[in-house]
Design a protein around this ligand. Structure first.
Ligand code: PNS
Length: 160
């Protein structure tokens, strides 16, 4: 089976992430969306909540499943027989760091990275910006699925 992973923090998932996941699901037999468990990074949503949101917005893709991982991505890939890492590239500013990670992941685990060019509709999008815009009352309905928008409003109403 040709299995790929879309790794990330997904705090929360945006339409940009979803576009990459959907396109990866056409290219590979199975796509795992891997949420990184990173205790040293403060997040708005817990890993469980982020996985629930991802599951809710990927139900129409039968070959996509959501999981979480700790530690090195290449170790998770090896343990789950995943040969390809999928990353979206929004702009050249993403490229330097993504290239470094791709080369390190290949060195560490012979895992190939495939870059998908982000849909220009989403090239300015990030989870951080979506949180900031929502926090200050802006409308993110074009940038995240409705389930995520509602979850953002609810969370930011209680922890601004
Ligand atoms: O959404 P993000 O925060 O940009 O995702 C970054 C992520 C999770 C893909 C990256 O930090 C990662 O793979 N972390 C796992 C730890 C690891 O393998 N580090 C070495 C990367 S070369």
């Amino acid at each position: 089976m040709n299995r790929a992973i879309c790794p990330g923090s997904f705090d929360p998932v945006t339409n940009g992430h979803l576009d990459i996941i959907a396109r990866a699901s056409v290219l590979y037999d199975e796509v795992v969306v891997g949420v990184l468990v990173n205790e040293s990074k403060e997040s708005l949503f817990s890993v469980t909540e982020r996985q629930e949101l991802l599951r809710a917005v990927t139900t129409s893709y039968p070959n996509v499943r959501v999981d979480s991982f700790r530690g090195l991505l290449v170790d998770y890939c090896r343990a789950h027989e995943i040969s390809v890492i999928i990353k979206g590239l929004r702009a050249v500013t993403d490229f330097d760091y993504e290239l470094q990670m791709a080369q390190m992941n290949r060195e560490l685990g012979s895992t190939e990275t495939v870059f998908l060019a982000t849909n220009p509709l989403y090239s300015f999008l990030s989870s951080s910006l979506v949180k900031e815009v929502t926090r200050y009352g802006g409308d993110v309905s074009a940038h995240v699925p409705e389930t995520v928008r509602i979850a953002l409003l609810a969370r930011l109403a209680t922890s601004p």
